[in-house]
Design a protein around this ligand. Structure first.
Ligand code: NAP
Length: 347
């Protein structure tokens, strides 16, 4: 049995659901995977940060996080870096930083700096934040290898549906030469609502009300979220060295309503499609843009918040993986599955 000490850097929607899932799955984690977890640190931006060597009282932390009294659950810390440093200073044999701070589309910081600090101190990192893999994958992969720890980010693309784990674990020797996919739920919901005769603004408002749109919905509709996912996929699966700013990007606007309806009337569909391919010069180019596609295309069948990714490979041809529903639990599950992946490296 291994005991893992966890620090939650970011304690918003995803981290709180992760804390709940950890409790719900405690017995199975121990029985099936020989893993006992306890949360020893929590860091937020505006609601305080805390560290407790013997474990943070999660019920108390959940109850008081929003009122800014998080520090009551243990020793108050100045910020996320102090929480990471205190985790790193423990003698626990398995130390994991669970990074779920907000995506910063400018440069991926401070998430990248949190990940760097943790890896360099010998802590494993699991994250649902797209920033680290989208902006700094090569450097962070190198740092993780240097310190013999894991850097995992399954929740960054398609929530808990295993995209990165699928290729890493189940597709040895396979070369991914490109991909195309619908990777953003909010824009796909809006485009299918437009096809059904609805207006842009209420369709977007529904995604905001359901907590599916990013806190700043322009990240979704301007294509930034899909561009960050495309950069992360290209960096990890195709050994590219992109950032979201290197992805040619066009989002959707209310003016796309007529194109969406006209495509539908012709038996086609308008979808926000992310693509990447390796050119003859060896460089990977990625793009996000609204594309008119045939109704028989797998991506055309995606309605509402559904996503799918088609990988172009040498040994397996085209491999498709779909996400037919989405939820916070699925994103939290991604972190849990990464935690089990960390456990598997320990024997
Ligand atoms: N929600 C989803 O369905 C989903 C799905 C896939 C991936 N993701 C990704 O998962 C991450 C978390 O999403 P979420 O919905 O949980 O976001 P959220 O509810 O906004 O929570 C973000 C958390 O990060 C904290 N934070 C921000 N900057 C920080 C800093 N510098 N130091 C310490 N803490 C900081 C915030 O603290 P304060 O509250 O004090 O500001 C908050 O606790 C994001 O990167 C998102 O893109 C989310």
């Amino acid at each position: 049995m291994y005991r893992a000490d966890l620090a939650l850097v970011g304690f918003g929607n995803v981290a709180r659901r992760f804390a709940g899932l950890l409790a719900e799955q405690r017995e199975r984690l121990a029985r099936d995977h020989g893993l006992q977890c306890r949360v020893v640190g929590i860091a937020t931006r505006r609601h305080g940060s805390v560290f407790a060597r013997e474990g943070v009282a999660l019920d108390e932390a959940l109850a008081c996080a929003d009122s800014g009294r998080l520090a009551a659950a243990g020793d108050a810390c100045a910020d996320a870096f102090e929480v990471i440093d205190r985790l790193a200073a423990t003698e626990s044999s398995v130390r994991v930083v669970v990074e779920t701070t907000t995506l910063n589309i400018e440069d991926g910081r401070p998430a990248i700096t949190h990940v760097e600090r943790a890896l360099a101190a010998g802590c494993h990192v699991v994250t649902a934040n797209k920033g680290p893999a989208a902006f700094a994958y090569r450097r962070l992969r190198g740092l993780a290898a240097q310190h013999d720890v894991c850097f995992l980010f399954e929740g960054a693309v398609m929530d808990g549906v295993p995209v990165f784990n699928l290729v890493r674990e189940a597709m040895p020797l396979v070369d991914v030469s490109g991909f195309r996919g619908v990777l953003n739920s909010t824009t796909n919901h809006i485009l299918t609502a437009l096809e059904d005769g609805e207006e842009f603004a209420p369709a977007l408002a529904r995604m905001q009300a359901q907590g599916i749109a990013e806190a700043d919905p322009s990240l979704d509709i301007d294509g930034w979220d899909a561009a960050a996912k495309a950069a992360a996929l290209a960096n990890v699966l195709m050994d590219a060295d992109l950032t979201p700013h290197a992805v040619a990007r066009r989002g959707i606007t209310p003016a796309d309503a007529s194109a969406a309806r006209a495509a539908c009337a012709r038996g086609e569909r308008l979808r926000l499609v992310a693509t990447a391919e390796r050119g003859s010069d060896g460089l990977v180019r990625a793009e996000v843009a609204p594309r008119t596609i045939a109704a028989t295309d797998l991506l055309a069948g995606l309605r509402g918040v559904q996503n799918a990714l088609i990988l172009h490979t040498d040994l397996l041809g085209d491999v498709a993986i779909s996400q037919l529903s989405g939820s916070l639990t699925m994103t939290a599950y991604a972190l849990l599955s990464d935690l089990v992946a960390v456990r598997r490296t320990l024997d």
